[in-house]
Design a protein. Structure first.
Length: 398
C-alpha cells in the first residue's frame, strides 16, 4: 500500500498560510469552472451551427449515392414502404428495396386504389368488389366486398375498411386480413347521410366519417366518430361523437394522422379531433382563401391556397396538430405533387422539383433532364429517392 510522504505535507503547510491555501483552491476552482463554461459554449455553438445550417442552407445539385434498374410504365406510381418503395400501376404491384425487386404481383385494374399502414398494403380496383392484401412477404389474402368499392384503408395489423356504394345506399364494411367481416354499416341519405370520406386509425379500432346530410330540405355536413373496440359497449352503433358545426360547409376530407388524432378539412376550415372512447374537437382553423391542395403527415397539415397575387399566385400554409401555424410563404407555380420532407415542403411534377423550408427558405430547385415518376424523402433533409422509368436513384443534395 502506498504511503503518504509526511515531510512533504509538513513542508506544504509551512510554505502556505491559511488565506494563501484558500486563494489557491479558489483560483484552481475558477480555472475548472471557466474551462467547463468554455466547453459548454463550444458545444452550444456547434449544435446551433448544425441547426442553422440544416434550417437555412440551400443546395443546387445532387449526388447519386447508388441506383437500381427498374422497368416502369408512364403511369407507374410510387409510395414509400419500409425503407424503400412500392411501385404500382393498372398492371400490377411490386415491392422494391435497395437491392431490387423483392416481389412482383400481376393484376389488371382500371383504377387501382392503394393504401399502406406500416407492414400492410391494401389494393383494390375502384368500382370492383375485390381487395388484395400484401405485406413484405407478398400476397397475404383476398377480400370480397358486398358492393362496389369507392375507397379502401388498411390498419397496421391488416384490418381493412372499405367505403362501398350501391343504387340505394352506401355501406362501410370492415374485415380482418383473413376476410372475415367485422363491421357492416349501412347509410341512407334521408337517415344517416351520404358518406363523402372516411378514415380508420392505425389500430383498426376507430373510424371517422364525413357525411352530407339533408334535414327539412336543407343540406348540411357532419363528422361522426366510431369506436369498434370492446371498451365501447353501450354506444348506439358504436358512435362516440357527432360534430355538426360545419352546417352547409362541405367536408370532403377526413384522415387519422396518428392513432388518436384525426383531421377534417372543409371548403374554408379544418378541424383537429382527439378520438378515443369519446371524440373531442381540439382545434379549428378558418382558411381564408380557396384550397387547391391538402397534404399531411403525422405532425403537420399543409395547404396550397389561392393567393390573389399576380406575381405569386399561390401560398403555402402549414399547421401543427395544435392548430399553430408553422409556415406561410408565397410561390409562383403549382405542382402536381406536394408532401412533407421533415420540416420542409417538397413539391414536384414530372420535370421540376422545389423544396422550401418552414422558414420560407428555398432549399433546392431543379429542372430535370428526363421525366420523373416520383420523389420520396429518405431522411427528411437531404437524401431522396428519385424514380424514373428505368431506374430508382438514391441521391443526396449538395
Amino acid at each position: 500500500m502506498a504511503r503518504i510522504n509526511s515531510s512533504k505535507v509538513r513542508n506544504f503547510k509551512k510554505s502556505f498560510s491559511g488565506s494563501q491555501i484558500f486563494n489557491f483552491i479558489k483560483e484552481h476552482t475558477n480555472r475548472i469552472t471557466i474551462r467547463i463554461a468554455i466547453g459548454i459554449i463550444c458545444v452550444t455553438i456547434a449544435i446551433l451551427s448544425i441547426y442553422l445550417h440544416k434550417r437555412y442552407s440551400s443546395y443546387d445539385d445532387y449526388k447519386v449515392l447508388n441506383y437500381i434498374k427498374v422497368d416502369s410504365s408512364s403511369n407507374s406510381k410510387y409510395l414509400p414502404y419500409q425503407d424503400f418503395v412500392i411501385k404500382y400501376s393498372g398492371d400490377g404491384i411490386s415491392y422494391i428495396d435497395d437491392e431490387g425487386t423483392v416481389w412482383d404481383e400481376s393484376y389488371q385494374m382500371k383504377a387501382p386504389i392503394v393504401d399502406i399502414c406500416e407492414d400492410y398494403i391494401a389494393v383494390a380496383d375502384k368500382n370492383s368488389n375485390d381487395i388484395f392484401i400484401y405485406n413484405d412477404d407478398g400476397k397475404q389474402g383476398k377480400i370480397t366486398t358486398s358492393f362496389p368499392i369507392i375507397k379502401v384503408e388498411v390498419a397496421n395489423q391488416g384490418v381493412v375498411a372499405a367505403l362501398l356504394e350501391d343504387k340505394n345506399a352506401n355501406h362501410i364494411e370492415v374485415f380482418d386480413k383473413e376476410g372475415n367481416k367485422l363491421v357492416s354499416h349501412k347509410t341512407l341519405l334521408d337517415e344517416n347521410g351520404y358518406p363523402l370520406d372516411f378514415s380508420i386509425s392505425d389500430d383498426g379500432e376507430k373510424m371517422a366519417v364525413s357525411y352530407i346530410t339533408i334535414h327539412n330540405g336543407a343540406m348540411g355536413n357532419k363528422v361522426v366518430f366510431y369506436n369498434f373496440s370492446s371498451s365501447v359497449k353501450n354506444s348506439t352503433n358504436k358512435i362516440v361523437g357527432e360534430h355538426k358545426q360545419y352546417q352547409e360547409t362541405i367536408v370532403p376530407i377526413v384522415k387519422f394522422l396518428t392513432n388518436s388524432q384525426a383531421i377534417a378539412v372543409g371548403e374554408d376550415i379544418f378541424s383537429i379531433y382527439q378520438a378515443g372512447k369519446q371524440s373531442e374537437l381540439d382545434e379549428e382553423v378558418k382558411i381564408k382563401d380557396e384550397i387547391q391542395k391538402v397534404f399531411y403527415s403525422d405532425k403537420y397539415v399543409g395547404f396550397i391556397l389561392d393567393n390573389h397575387n399576380s406575381k405569386n399566385p399561390y401560398r403555402i400554409e402549414v399547421y401543427d396538430l395544435n392548430g399553430k401555424r408553422k409556415m406561410k410563404t408565397e410561390i409562383k407555380m403549382e405542382y402536381d405533387n406536394v408532401d412533407f420532407s421533415g420540416d420542409n415542403v417538397l413539391m414536384y411534377d414530372d420535370m421540376n422539383c422545389q423544396i422550401i423550408s418552414f422558414e420560407g427558405v428555398e432549399k433546392f430547385r431543379i429542372i430535370f433532364k428526363g421525366e420523373i415518376n416520383g420523389i420520396i424523402p429518405v431522411d427528411g433533409s437531404r437524401t431522396f429517392l428519385f424514380m424514373t422509368r428505368s431506374k430508382i436513384q438514391k441521391v443526396k443534395l449538395k
